[in-house]
Design a protein around this ligand. Sequence first.
Ligand SMILES: [Zn+2]
Length: 307
Amino acid sequence: MDKKKLIDGIKQNYVLKRIRAEEECEDFIAKLREDKNFDNIYTDYYKKNIEYLKSEYEEENLELKKEVLELKNKIDTYLKIHNIDKAKLTPHYDCPICKDTGMNGNKICSCVIKEINRQLSTKSSSQTKFHSFKEINQNLMNSTDSKAYTKITEWCNSYPEKINKININIVGSAGSGKTFMMECVAHEMIERGYVVCFKTMFELNELARLYHIGKSYELSDCMKADILLIDDLGTEPILNNVTKEYLYNIINTRQINRLPTIISTNLSPDDILNRYDERIFSRLTNKNLCLNIQLDSSDKRFIENKK
Ligand SMILES: [Zn+2]
């Protein structure tokens, strides 16, 4: 994807977002002003405040400041009596840092960087949004899952420093919450500023097939992503000259370039050896590069309770 186009698109969106937030706020105030009582106080406040702001350029007028403050209190009291949320009188911006301008001083705001990563990151076709670690209640986890959670979050927190392990295998049977954990990692790493590619192995296999016959080159985005997540290794059909070859290539190339690949599977090491081949087996079980994380399947209340 063209990065400049992407940034221009985001900027345009921000302008629209800002206008919408400001219009919403203006509409809200206009509605309140239909009540003459409020309109009177608000008109006074508005005029006095402008007068005061002008005076600030010359000499601060303390008398005027006091009047503005009194009128502001009157507005607050009115809102309180009528049970109206004070926050609605100022535009609600998505980003409190840059107020949806996209700029923080003369730097691009972190919210824009996150948005770029979000847009460059590719999701599995079945997802609209990733789950996040915030949805997990560690107190409700059994000891296996809790250990897994700690290992995964520690990895995310310390990447890229102090990280030798660039392959993570999240292992567990169906229903053990593997996909959920994978999504949490994807969400976390996007928030941390990385471009993430999240695919099911079934999808990756299909992308490899299309690449092989020259019909799509999306596979190379997966190859180059900062973080690649492959969900459910072992559920794809083995295609001749495609599945094993491309899987090996992806994992091997990424290991050489020290780019993390995170895989979820319910296959045991023996299963991996039998289903694929020795080369893939050795890449995925290399103790120096791989972190194995086991998930339990018995109790998933820690997810459901927080949803
Ligand atoms: Zn911002």
